[in-house]
Ligand binder design. Structure first.
Ligand code: HEM
Length: 407
């Protein structure tokens, strides 16, 4: 079936003993990925499980100790465009840090960005659902991320958190994402600050110190960030391959480039950022596939996510349909972990008709799909885009958190 792939095989191995799965989830996988496959082609080779983001972390910890976070969040609120000067009144250390952090690296390639924009333009609708149902749902079976999100402020207001994450997913796909009038660079830098805020705050949560985070000194290591990164572009590319969506080589590389630059702007060190799709795959096989596992926190997050469409007047965004889509996209094993049941109408419909639907939509096939199925999938995509766009209508401001999940 569609869910039998390499990942299922790997997970089958991990599922042999819960103890095994837990020790992997704790970060026990040794890092052997070579920096020869990274953007600069070289590096220290240091294990990224023990590397965080010290430059940003120090600045943010200092602001937190001085009680300056609220003030800084207010000052940065209207700082949104890549080319926009920094607001006046920022503390000097922060200003110096942001002046560096907002710069594109020398390896930014405008030709590749143009190709990436073409890819996003053509594949934007699919990418919207992939970021939601593949990346977003996958984050609930990435144990460290699920626990970090659950016990931080975002866990108490998941809708707000999703809206902010959706902004990043939207910005990276805009044609001017890295141009002076775009917003992706600032969105990334603000996220980098938010992550430092989490590294400062989360270890103070009783849930953290009670051993919920085994083997981890601080949250959101460089390795953790690469895991999450693979849940985005690498997993998206895997879906396109699985569905048989043709991807032009240059456009696919351009899409990768938009995410390489995003990683850099998020504070990920270049020596951990894969240079090519092949090296991204090899890294994902090492860092992403083996660590996926259920947690109680992840289950609760997934359940909250499935309810996000529910009080909208959009009939196809019900819990049952969203669950069926998650099951179809991520496979039966992960759906089982998240206790998402098969849905009697949508599960079989997706299994038999989604592949042909995509082929028809791509103009690669024009027979064999019942019009009703075509209409339903089209309507689903339409309602999902509506939801997405309504969430993005208001200005969205990513801030440095000042408290953990109080619940
Ligand atoms: C915050 C994206 C990696 C945990 C955020 C925000 C964005 C984001 C856009 C701002 C949302 C908000 O303020 O509510 C990303 C991206 C990543 C990444 C693109 C990697 C490519 C990680 C990892 C973890 C993590 C690896 C944990 C292991 C968190 C937490 C927050 C946050 C706890 C703060 C939520 C809150 O307290 O409101 N991230 N993230 N992130 N991220 Fe990440």
């Amino acid at each position: 079936t569609h869910s039998f792939n390499r990942r299922t095989a790997l997970l089958g191995g991990a599922a042999l003993g819960t103890a095994g799965a837990l020790s992997l989830a704790g970060g026990g996988t040794p890092w052997t990925w070579s920096p020869a496959g990274a953007v600069p082609g070289e590096g220290t080779g240091k294990d990224p499980h023990d590397v965080w983001d010290p430059d940003c972390d120090d600045v943010v910890a200092d602001l937190a100790q001085k009680g300056d976070i609220d003030k800084v969040n207010r000052l940065l609120k209207h700082w949104t465009r890549n080319g926009q000067p920094l607001p006046a009144g920022l503390p000097k250390d922060l200003r110096d840090f942001l002046t560096e952090a907002r710069r594109l690296p020398a390896w930014a390639d405008h030709g590749k960005l143009a190709a990436g924009a073409r890819f996003n333009d053509k594949r934007g609708t699919y990418l919207g659902i992939i970021y939601g149902f593949v990346s977003g749902m996958m984050s609930t079976v990435i144990p460290r991320e699920a626990r970090a999100v659950y016990y931080s402020k975002g866990g108490a207001d998941l809708k707000d958190r999703i809206t902010k994450t959706a902004k990043l997913g939207y910005d990276v796909g805009t044609s001017n994402a890295f141009a002076p009038d775009g917003e992706m660079m600032i969105t990334c830098v603000k996220t980098r600050l938010a992550h430092s805020g989490v590294r400062y705050l989360l270890p103070k949560s009783p849930h953290w110190s009670s051993g919920a985070q085994p083997h981890e000194k601080l949250p959101i290591s460089q390795a953790d960030m690469m895991v999450t990164w693979h849940s985005l572009p690498t997993s998206a590319m895997r879906q396109f391959r699985k569905w048989g969506v043709p991807v032009d080589r240059a456009e696919g590389e351009g899409f990768l480039h938009t995410w390489q630059l995003s990683a850099h702007m998020l504070g990920i060190k270049d020596e951990y950022i894969p240079a090519t799709w092949a090296s991204a795959e090899s890294q994902a096989r090492q860092v992403l596939d083996p660590i996926l596992a259920p947690t109680e926190e992840g289950r609760r997050l997934a359940s909250m996510l499935l309810d996000l469409g529910h009080n909208l007047d959009l009939s196809l965004l019900s819990r049952g349909v969203l669950g069926a889509i998650t099951r179809y996209m991520l496979g039966d094993d992960i759906a089982g972990w998240l206790r998402i049941p098969r849905e009697p109408v949508w599960s079989p419909l997706l299994e038999t008709a989604w592949g042909p639907y995509v082929m028809v939509r791509e103009g690669l096939l024009d027979v064999g799909l019942p019009p009703k199925a075509y209409w339903l999938f089209d309507e689903f995509l339409r309602q999902f885009v509506l939801l997405y766009m309504s969430e993005l209508r208001l200005p969205i401001n990513i801030t440095i958190p000042v408290y953990n999940n109080p619940n």
